[in-house]
Design a protein around this ligand. Structure first.
Ligand code: TYM
Length: 332
C-alpha cells in the first residue's frame, strides 16, 4: 500500500476492551509505521450519552493512557483530543446542511440507540455520522481503521464527501474506506453468548485491556456454554463459536486446532477450554496492564503528548477548513 492519510478514533466511554483493540487499536499501531496517521479520542461523540464532567475527563485521560500502552507513538502518529480541534465542528456544521433526516434515521446505530435509550434520542445521536465524516475528512483521510460495526458510518462518510464535491463542483474530499490490516473488518464477540463485545452490553460481557487476572478468570469461567456436542462434527452454537473466536485471537493456532478437534469428536470439556482461554488471555493482556500502570501517573508526559498532537492536528485541519470555506463562498 502506498503512503495514505489514515484517521480514526475511539469514544472515551470507559476502558478499552478486546473488541476495540482488535477492531481498531491494533491497526492504529501497525499503520503508524508507514502512513500519515491521525488518531483521536472522540470526546465530542461521547456527549451523546451525557457523561458527568469528571467522567468525561477521566475517561478521555484513560483512553490516552491505553493508546500509549498499546504502542501508539506520538512521534509517529498524531494523537489528539477531538475537542482540541474546533475545525471539526465547523466542518460538521457544513455537512449537516446537506445531510437529510431520512438517511440519518435509517442508520442502524441510530435505530439501535432509539431502542436502547428511548428517553434520550438527541440530535447528536441523529447526526453522529456527520460528525464522524467531519473527523475523517478534516484530514482528507483515505483509510479508516475500524471494526465491522462502523462500516455503515464509512458509507455515510463517502456519501457526504461525494455530495459536497458535487454540490460545489470541486474535488475537495477523497472517498475514504474502512480498513483492517490484512483482512476483512472484524467483529469480536462478547462473553454473554450473543452479539459483539461492547461496553454497553455490561461489564461481564467484555474483557478490558486493564482487567486483572482475577477479573479475567471470573468473566471467562462465567461465560455461557451449552451441554456439549452430541454428534460428530456438528456446527457450533453461537456462544461456543464465540469462545473459539476469542481463543483464536489470543492463543496459538495449534491450541485452537486441539480444542476444535475435541469438539468435533464430542470429547470437549468446556472447563478445560475456559482454563486455557483464561491462561492465554492473562498472558496476552499482561504487557498492557504493566504499561497502563506505568503511564497512568506520568502527568507531564501525557500533557506533552496532548499538546504536541493538538498542534499537528490543527495544522492539517486548518488547511482543509480554509479550502472548504473558500469553496462554499466565504471569502474575506
Ligand atoms: P467506538 O468507541 O464504539 O469503538 C471504537 C472502535 O472499536 C471498534 N469495536 C469493535 N471492533 C470489533 N469488535 C468489537 N466487538 C468492537 N467493538 C468496538 C469499533 O468498530 C471502532 O473502530 N464512532 C466511533 C468513534 C469515532 C470514529 C470517528 C471512528 C468517532 N469518529 C471517525 C473512526 C473515524 C465509535 O463509536 O467507536
Amino acid at each position: 500500500m502506498s503512503r495514505e492519510i489514515v484517521c480514526s478514533g475511539i469514544r472515551p466511554t470507559g476502558n478499552l476492551h478486546l473488541g476495540n483493540y482488535f477492531g481498531a487499536l491494533r491497526n492504529f499501531v501497525k499503520m503508524q509505521e508507514a502512513h500519515d496517521c491521525f488518531f483521536f479520542i472522540a470526546d465530542y461523540h461521547s456527549l451523546t450519552t451525557h457523561p458527568t464532567p469528571d467522567n468525561l475527563y477521566n475517561n478521555a485521560r484513560q483512553i490516552l493512557v491505553q493508546y500509549l500502552a498499546a504502542g501508539l507513538d506520538p512521534d509517529k502518529a498524531t494523537i489528539y483530543l477531538q475537542s482540541d480541534l474546533p475545525e471539526t465542528v465547523e466542518l460538521y456544521l457544513f455537512f449537516n446542511m446537506n445531510a437529510y433526516l431520512g438517511e440519518l434515521e435509517r442508520v442502524t446505530s441510530f435505530k439501535d440507540k432509539v431502542r436502547q435509550q428511548p428517553n434520550n434520542v438527541n440530535a447528536g445521536l441523529l447526526t453522529y455520522p456527520t460528525l464522524m465524516a467531519a473527523d475523517i475528512l478534516i484530514h482528507k483521510a483515505t483509510k479508516v481503521p475500524v471494526g465491522k460495526d462502523q462500516e455503515q458510518h464509512l458509507e455515510m462518510t463517502r456519501t457526504f464527501a461525494n455530495r459536497f464535491n458535487n454540490m460545489y463542483k470541486h474535488e475537495v474530499f477523497p472517498l475514504p474506506q474502512a480498513f483492517n490490516f490484512g483482512s476483512d473488518l472484524v467483529k469480536i464477540p462478547g462473553l454473554d453468548g450473543s452479539g459483539k463485545m461492547g461496553k454497553s452490553e455490561g461489564e461481564m460481557n467484555a474483557i478490558f485491556l486493564n482487567d486483572d487476572p482475577a477479573a479475567i478468570k471470573k468473566k471467562i469461567m462465567k461465560a455461557k456454554t451449552d451441554l456439549g456436542p452430541t454428534e460428530m462434527n456438528q456446527e457450533k452454537p453461537v456462544e461456543i463459536a464465540n469462545l473459539f473466536t476469542l481463543l483464536s485471537v489470543v492463543s496459538t493456532p495449534d491450541t485452537v486446532a486441539y480444542f476444535d478437534d475435541l469438539y468435533n469428536r464430542c470429547q470437549i470439556r468446556y472447563g478445560d477450554l475456559k482454563k486455557q482461554l483464561v491462561e492465554d488471555m492473562v498472558k496476552f493482556t499482561q504487557p498492557f496492564r504493566e504499561r497502563i500502570a506505568e503511564l497512568s501517573s506520568d502527568e507531564s508526559y501525557l500533557r506533552r503528548v496532548m499538546d504536541q498532537g493538538k498542534e499537528k492536528a490543527h495544522e492539517s485541519a486548518r488547511r482543509t477548513i480554509e479550502e472548504v470555506r473558500h469553496v462554499i463562498g466565504y471569502r474575506n
